[in-house]
Design a protein around this ligand. Structure first.
Ligand code: THU
Length: 162
């Protein structure tokens, strides 16, 4: 037996002024997208904004359902819409922001497992590193370069060919 340790890394920023203009602007799109979320059950409203390689920005937000599992997160709404409209254009970055009815979201939103898996597929498809820019409603910002830093030991397409 041998023990293997994996290292993941991300950047933490104390204020939005520290971000480059592209990341800051994408986060602003995500923040605006929160307003159209449909989240009457959790009352936790999430916005996501995807920056494509051709400069287009696609936004999405969480869409809930009375049959809870039928709902979908903001990240997947944005990524699937981007893929449906621009199937051949690589995705560069995704920004995420959230606002809750009953409390202040002052720590960065971290995507759920299903969204991480969809992000992994996006990366694999376009063979690039996806950049994740995460914030709550305010407070610190975390930036992750590449899904391997948020989904270590992910299931890869190569596994199907062994
Ligand atoms: N949610 C997202 O849209 N993105 C995340 O990264 C975390 C969770 C949504 C799913 C559900 O509508 C609500 O937030 C509460 O979990």
């Amino acid at each position: 037996m041998k023990k293997i340790n994996l290292t993941i890394s991300f950047q933490e920023y104390d204020s939005i002024e520290e971000l480059n203009i592209e990341d800051r602007s994408l986060l602003e799109y995500a923040r605006k997208a929160i307003k159209s979320a449909y989240a009457p059950y959790s009352t936790y409203h999430v916005g996501a904004a995807v920056l494509l390689d051709n400069g287009k920005i696609i936004t999405g937000n969480n869409q809930e359902n009375v049959a809870y599992p039928s709902g979908i997160c903001a990240e997947r709404v944005a990524l699937f819409y981007a893929s449906s409209q621009y199937p051949d254009v690589p995705v560069k970055s995704i920004a995420i922001s959230a606002k809750a009815r009953d409390f202040n979201v002052n720590t960065p939103v971290t995507p759920c497992g299903s969204c991480r898996q969809v992000m992994a597929e996006t990366e694999n498809r376009f063979q690039n590193n996806l950049r994740l820019i995460m914030r709550g409603e305010n407070g610190k910002i975390n930036i992750i370069e590449g899904v391997k830093n948020i989904l270590p030991l992910m299931f890869r397409a190569e596994e199907l060919k062994k």
